[in-house]
Design a protein around this ligand. Sequence first.
Ligand SMILES: NC(=O)c1ccc[n+]([C@@H]2O[C@H](COP(=O)([O-])OP(=O)(O)OC[C@H]3O[C@@H](n4cnc5c(N)ncnc54)[C@H](OP(=O)(O)O)[C@@H]3O)[C@@H](O)[C@H]2O)c1
Length: 338
Amino acid sequence: MPEDINRRWTLAARPVGFPKPSDFRLDEQPIPEPGHGQVLVATKWMSLDPYMRGRMNEATAASYTPGVEIGQPMQGTVVGEVLQSNYDGLAVGDMVEAGLGWQEYGVIDGATVRKIDPEAAPISTALGVLGMPGLTAYFGLFEVGRPVAGDTVVVSAASGAVGAVVGQLAKNAGCRVIGIAGTQEKVDYVVDELGFDAGINYKTEDVSGRLTELCPDGVNVYWDNVGGEISDAVIEQIAVKGRAVVCGLISQYNADPPPQAPRIAARMLLTRQARMEGFLVFQFAHRYDEGRVRLARWVSDGSLKYRENVVEGFENAPAAFIGLQSGANFGKLLVKVG
Ligand SMILES: NC(=O)c1ccc[n+]([C@@H]2O[C@H](COP(=O)([O-])OP(=O)(O)OC[C@H]3O[C@@H](n4cnc5c(N)ncnc54)[C@H](OP(=O)(O)O)[C@@H]3O)[C@@H](O)[C@H]2O)c1
């Protein structure tokens, strides 16, 4: 093991508004020894996800899980290689998905990690299209959004890890799909490469006006990754019996103070007899295997494309994570470690 040192990114301070580099601290620890039933894992790929911003806060009544303690490693999922195993189900050399957090090495109970088949797909996909973001798209779309062929589906943060999968699955299910994204390159990507029917650049275009043109019969399913003004504009055009799937609120995660309750939404839900439903991917954990099998089949037959934004080097994780808060990433954001 190189130098027997484990580098970890820990939480140095709770951010006020947007996170900044001084909210993170790089520390060095000895590489830990696995105990009974545990494995030592060396991180190869580290996932950076919007939910991590919430974990940097003190938990509130609205939190679904406790936050990171100051001085503790940032939470998160990695793909890595088993270096030592005291767990019967895993051997040295196995590739696994594990909740190690932001660190180069970690010890974890073998029963909590998932073995990955490196022959089936690139191992990084276990953090993206075949991992939590892909599963979010699959279960959220089909179980909460419930699109039917012919529906108009609008997706915000459309080029990202979740949005790109949602749009393609909806398209493959026979829907008209419109993506909203923050650069022209991202808009062109979802239309030209992923096959969406149209795209809207929310930074340069009038979102309400474009939606009126593109969705003359209203929006049957709105996939909400962002909240805020974009979502107000879409929900204002929700169709009768439409469904707004609240997946994420990234435009609000750094808002200080936090925004108040939706006002446009309540009126539109009433008059259009529409439904707005939030969900957490974990509620479908008992069905993850089903989701992975389906997603993997679509990736292998070419009907589901994915894009990864790879940042090289463990030391660059905070800067990449800060960039994610304002759309610097283009595709699933990953750190390649080692
Ligand atoms: N409910 C669940 O279980 C669950 C699970 C996974 C993810 N999520 C949520 O799903 C959403 C997407 O996650 P992801 O992993 O796929 O991330 P992502 O889309 O790959 O990356 C985040 C994107 O959000 C957009 N964004 C950032 N700030 C914004 C703002 N102020 N207004 C509008 N858009 C903004 C940016 O794209 P643009 O350049 O297009 O602005 C950025 O690239 C997040 O809200 C996340 O929290 C929820």
